[in-house]
Design a protein around this ligand. Structure first.
Ligand code: GLU
Length: 427
């Protein structure tokens, strides 16, 4: 049966990335899906896109407008789930790609969710706390028609925090007339948040790295680790690597790139960043150039900043053994091929950074039952789910002779498309 398709009209051809990367990844998995590939177009079209105007009164009395998005990429396996990003580079194209990666990530881990993502094009550092609160509340109110504890559950992402989630939860609750703590995850503990959620993404990155290292003969103890991005993902991952005996030899954030071959004191770095907002000015390491950063020798390289960072050129220069993707979409498909040809293993985002959404799932379950687990229980369950997913994906990669990314996509897309097929099309 032929599938009729038209080009999506809302894509900006001048800025094809990163949705183009996601589509390329879907194209690469399609030949491995057997009869389910008949449904592949489902994954190339977000189910629902909402673009909202977010107007606020600024502190000086002027009125400012922002563009906000919520994209529900797929809802075949359950409600939408995925973060909300506040960043000056947010675009519809980016949010679409991020929502697609959430579909794949949630399915690869076996979480009962579809995939969604949201964002506002804004530099949060340019606004006061009061302005950010008004932006967040108006945005939440505008997307209120598509979110809800059993519809679509936002969470933090780049530029948003547990405070953002508290405002979102409150705004949604006020609008529906009762406290609905399960409408967002990544909330403060006092509002129904989960222990262990804040560090879950970084902890998951470490678990994925350790599992890859165990199979590749690259011990964590004594390993040299380079981390790009020092926010909630990179910072926590660096800390846990160090706690387990690795040496973090270089770090980069939006303002600085620093190195210390003897190993950077991560707790001191975290204190510095909490006080000054960036790595810039940290005394325990030497500043190095971008060029040097991408050529440093390491055992693990952790891109934990934004998408599209590992370009083909950088992939040719990387001197590492294992890339563990803390960010979403950091490696372009062309760079992926170069790393494969150079025998550098890539643990893909949809597996490596899935710890965050996994503990979001625990938070949502705890909110529904109003029964809260201990941090040990949460970390043990996170470990269990991550290791099981890693094993299954690794096994598929060996069996089908494909990359870990393609194996994760095979498992995830089979689950999503089987659900699509079993549910059938209405009407
Ligand atoms: N923003 C995180 C991610 O990209 C977490 C999403 C969530 O917890 O829903 O996976």
């Amino acid at each position: 049966m032929a599938v009729t398709q038209e080009t999506l009209s809302y894509l900006d051809p001048a800025r094809p990335e990163p949705w183009a990367s996601f589509i390329e990844q879907i194209d690469r998995v399609a030949p491995h899906l057997g009869h389910l590939s008949h449904w592949i177009e489902t994954l190339k079209r977000p189910k629902r896109i909402l673009i909202v105007d977010v107007p606020i009164v600024r502190d000086d009395g002027s009125i400012a407008h922002f563009e906000g998005y919520r994209v529900q990429h797929n809802l075949s396996r359950g409600p939408g789930k995925g973060g909300v990003r506040f960043h000056p580079a947010v675009s519809l194209n980016e949010v679409m790609a991020l929502s697609g990666w959430m579909t794949v990530k949630n399915a690869a881990l076996g979480l009962p969710y579809g995939g969604a993502k949201g964002g506002i094009r804004i530099d949060p550092r340019q606004f006061s706390r009061g302005e950010l609160e008004r932006i967040t509340r108006r945005y939440t109110s505008e997307i209120g028609i598509v979110i809800g504890p059993d519809k679509d559950i936002p969470a933090p992402d780049v530029g948003t925090s547990e405070q953002t989630m508290a405002w979102m939860m409150d705004t949604y609750s006020v609008n529906v007339g009762h406290t609905a703590s399960g409408v967002v995850t990544g909330k403060p503990i006092a509002l129904g948040g989960s222990l262990g959620r804040q560090e879950a993404t970084g902890r998951g990155v470490y678990i994925a790295a350790r599992e890859a290292g165990r199979r590749m003969g690259v011990a964590i103890d004594g390993a040299r680790v380079v981390v790009q991005g020092f926010g909630n993902v990179g910072g926590i991952a660096a800390r846990i690597f160090r706690e387990n005996g690795a040496k973090v030899v270089a770090l980069q954030d939006a303002e600085a790139t620093i190195a210390n071959p003897a190993g950077i004191d991560i707790p001191a770095t975290l204190v510095h960043v909490a006080a000054h907002g960036s790595l810039s000015g940290f005394f325990g390491a030497e500043p190095i150039s971008e060029e040097e950063f991408w050529h440093l020798e390491s055992d693990y390289f952790v891109p934990a900043a934004l998408e599209g960072q590992v370009t083909p050129e950088r992939a040719r220069g990387l001197r590492t053994k294992i890339v563990v993707e803390g960010a979403n979409g950091p490696t372009t498909p062309a760079a992926d091929d170069i790393l494969r040809d150079r025998y550098i293993l890539v643990v893909p985002d949809v597996l490596a950074n899935a710890g965050g959404v996994t503990v979001s799932y625990f938070e949502w379950v705890q909110d529904f039952s109003s029964f809260f687990w201990t941090e040990d229980e949460i970390n043990a369950r996170l470990e269990g789910i991550m290791v099981k997913a890693f094993d299954a994906i690794w096994h598929t990669a060996q069996e089908r002779r494909v990359s870990i990314r393609t194996a994760a996509f095979i498992i995830a897309c089979e689950r999503v498309l089987a659900a699509r097929e079993q549910r059938g099309l209405y009407p």
